[in-house]
Design a protein around this ligand. Structure first.
Ligand code: SAH
Length: 324
């Protein structure tokens, strides 16, 4: 028997070590090159805002195939060469298989298992669909008692636990999710921002405000599957609780911005202008594919609303682009 977070951590480590996740699902950087390009330009503007530190670390957490970073660095090299010269790239990735993929697309990077070994220097951190992959706990109230979900032989079992101070008294039966790993990551980033210059940008899916409910989901072979069956064969994720993360960031001494719906954020950063410029130099079929890809990221009923952008900054620095 394993607590859900231990099960999820083990299942995802096995999954990312043995599978090409991008056969099972598609992420924004894999949908259009413009996504990584505009995040690179976002980082370039933030670098100006924080006083052009040189050197500066460009850190990515959970870089997948390395596509976002490759697209970002190409755009930075073209539009912000001084920033490009100041940058050293650090990738936080636990999967050896994905590290090898990243090395094909990003030259000269340094890899880390977590934030702890990333040097204490001015930094700009990017993370797309990273926090949703970190393990969650699920706790529910049954009458007067509190139960926590464990996994035993492919099924949930409930084990009595201490009350959690997150629910009102009429919440019987509702599931409350705690993402302690995501909170710890955001806290660690925020601690660094409380003592030195930097910024962080998280893009992920989840509601704007904390809400009870079971958001654990699994995708295997491109389809939704039972999250508890055959650990290691499916990608397990959960909604990101941006409100809880913003609270943790503020407590640790950073300033949170957003969350802003991804569609709003990317449109403010010029997703459609940049896509239009790129499309003009392409054959008609490729041009319409690029425009369709931009719409997929931005339209509210597609990835534009459920996905959100949240930034963290040091106190006293102006709001980063897209959060004004
Ligand atoms: N950002 C990429 C990939 C998202 S998938 C994209 O948008 O395409 C999640 C990524 O986080 C993968 O690279 C996975 O290996 C990595 N990851 C998952 N859990 C991790 C952990 N605990 N520590 C570091 N990386 C992790």
């Amino acid at each position: 028997m394993e607590r859900l977070d231990a099960f999820m951590a083990r299942a995802n480590a096995a999954y990312y070590a043995t599978h090409d996740p991008f056969r099972d699902f598609t992420t924004s950087p894999e949908i259009t090159q413009v996504f990584g390009e505009i995040l690179g330009l976002w980082a370039a503007v933030v670098w100006q805002q924080i006083g052009r530190p040189d050197p500066v670390l460009l850190v990515e957490a959970g870089p997948g195939r390395g596509t976002l970073m490759a697209d970002a660095l190409r755009a930075i090299g073209q539009a912000a060469p001084a920033f490009g010269r100041a940058v050293s790239v650090h990738l936080i990735e636990t999967s050896p298989r994905l590290r090898a993929e990243q090395a094909k697309r990003v030259q000269g990077a340094t890899w880390h298992d977590g934030l702890a070994t990333v040097p204490h220097q001015p930094f700009i951190l990017l993370a797309n669909e990273f926090l949703d992959a970190l393990p969650i706990r699920q706790i529910l109230r049954r009458g007067e008692s509190w139960q926590e979900r464990y996994v035993d032989g492919g099924r949930f079992v409930e084990v009595p636990t201490d009350p959690v101070p997150l629910a009102s008294s009429d919440s019987s039966g509702f599931i409350f999710e705690l993402n302690e790993a995501a909170l710890a990551f955001v806290e660690a980033v925020s601690n660094r921002l409380s003592i030195g210059p930097g910024s962080a940008l998280f893009l992920d899916y989840g509601p704007e405000h904390s809400a009870p409910g079971d958001s654990l989901q699994a995708v295997g072979d491109g389809r939704p599957v039972d999250p508890l069956a055959e650990p290691g064969t499916a990608d397990l994720t959960a909604h990101v609780d941006f409100e809880a993360l913003a609270h943790a960031a503020r407590k640790a001494g950073a300033t949170p911005y957003g969350p802003v719906p991804q569609g709003v954020f990317l449109t403010r950063l010029g997703l459609f202008q940049r896509t239009g410029r790129l499309a003009r130099s392409q054959p008609p079929e490729r041009a319409s594919a690029l425009i369709e890809a931009a719409r997929r990221l931005a339209e509210p009923n597609r990835m534009g609303r459920l996905f959100k952008a949240m930034a963290l900054g040091a106190r006293g620095i102006s709001a980063p682009p897209g959060f004004e």
